[in-house]
Design a protein around this ligand. Structure first.
Ligand SMILES: [Zn+2]
Length: 343
């Protein structure tokens, strides 16, 4: 998720005016900026009579209006009892691959980092004393603010100072902060080797080793070797097998994987050993415990390469080059068979 920072202040405090000045300053630093704004008004930027308006009002629940320079996505919520939108729901609509920072206006009661905007002349109450997620205070009365506020105080009339504060905060957040999937706070800490823990809400996640199965399908002095059709290790060699699904036994996982990948029905698989492995998928490192089963055949069956297997081939154990294998667990399993065969 992209870092988010909000601007909290009563209506009339100048949130939109400040954002309008801040956005170009942040863009100058090369940041790609997203914005989520909450409104209590029933906004419809579409105009009655336009084609898009007519089609939406014909009953579409979602409409995407696409042009070369812009697209607009409309979701229609007709349930009058629907709650006000939640911030997480709104953030999920953005394409975070194309953003470096999301600015949020409104959603004052939600828990995420915010900068309070306060103009004493408007006579509204202060927010920071009741919201521990306010990380800075910006005002047009600096001297007065210093008497009551211990937070970093920023001059509302110096948008560059506010932009600099955000850039510093962002630099820190990039290196140190992780957002909690439960409460949304930037307080998720990783305790190696496997625990993620949130200081705010006590959310705890154990990134335990996942179970997986590997099959050594052998015929005389040959073993069946697969070429991977997908990352990680696309194009490299592997043994047939895969992850154990929830509520499956190792034997069931083995039977399912070999059926899916090879159209092979397992009869007599013998548990032989297990090996720890590291499987990096889309930048997440999964530690696995790969269990190795050996299946010895009297004749070569008709097999088909399917699913995440590009092709299959029978290779004599003594001819196998272990460096062509994607994973250490399969290398160790084959080395074990090589050692046994040479005895
Ligand atoms: Zn949390």
């Amino acid at each position: 998720m992209t870092p988010i920072i909000g601007f909290a202040g009563y209506s009339g405090s100048g949130k939109t005016t400040l954002l309008e000045k801040l956005i170009p300053l942040l863009k100058q630093q090369g940041l790609r900026i997203g914005l989520v704004k909450h409104s209590h008004h029933n906004i419809d930027p579409d105009k009655p009579g336009k084609d898009s308006y007519r089609l939406r009002h014909a009953g579409c629940d979602q409409t995407l209006l696409a042009t070369k320079s812009r697209h607009m996505l409309y979701f229609e919520y007709t349930d009058l009892k629907r709650d006000e939108p939640a911030l997480a729901e709104c953030l999920a609509q953005l394409d975070h691959n194309q953003l470096d920072l999301v600015l949020v206006e409104g959603f004052r009661d939600e828990t995420f980092p915010k900068i309070e905007i306060h103009r004493p002349a408007y006579g509204k109450p202060l927010l920071y004393s009741n919201d521990e997620h306010i990380i800075a205070f910006t005002t047009d009365e600096i001297v007065q603010a210093k008497q009551h506020c211990k937070l970093p105080i920023l001059d509302l009339n110096q948008p560059q100072d506010i932009a600099d504060f955000i850039l510093t905060w962002l630099g820190t957040s990039k290196t140190k902060q992780h957002y909690c999937p439960s409460c949304g706070e930037a307080s998720l800490a990783f305790q190696p080797p496997k625990v993620f823990c949130c200081d705010t809400c006590d959310f705890t996640y154990f990134h335990n080793a996942a179970a997986a199965v590997l099959a050594g399908i052998c015929y005389k002095d040959e073993i069946l070797v697969a070429t991977r059709s997908r990352e990680p290790g696309k194009g490299m060699l592997d043994l047939p097998g895969g992850f154990v699904d929830p509520d499956e036994s190792l034997e069931q996982a083995l039977a399912r994987e070999l059926q899916e990948e090879l159209d092979f029905i397992v009869h007599d698989a013998k548990y032989t050993a297990s090996y720890p492995n590291t499987y990096r998928y889309k930048n997440i490192e999964y530690k696995t415990c790969d269990t190795f089963f050996v299946i010895t055949l009297d004749e070569k069956p008709a097999l088909k390469a399917r699913d995440d297997v590009e092709k299959i081939e029978w290779i004599r154990l003594q001819d196998i080059e272990l460096n062509n294998f994607a994973f250490n667990s399969a290398k160790q399993a084959i080395q074990r068979l090589k050692d046994q065969a040479s005895k």
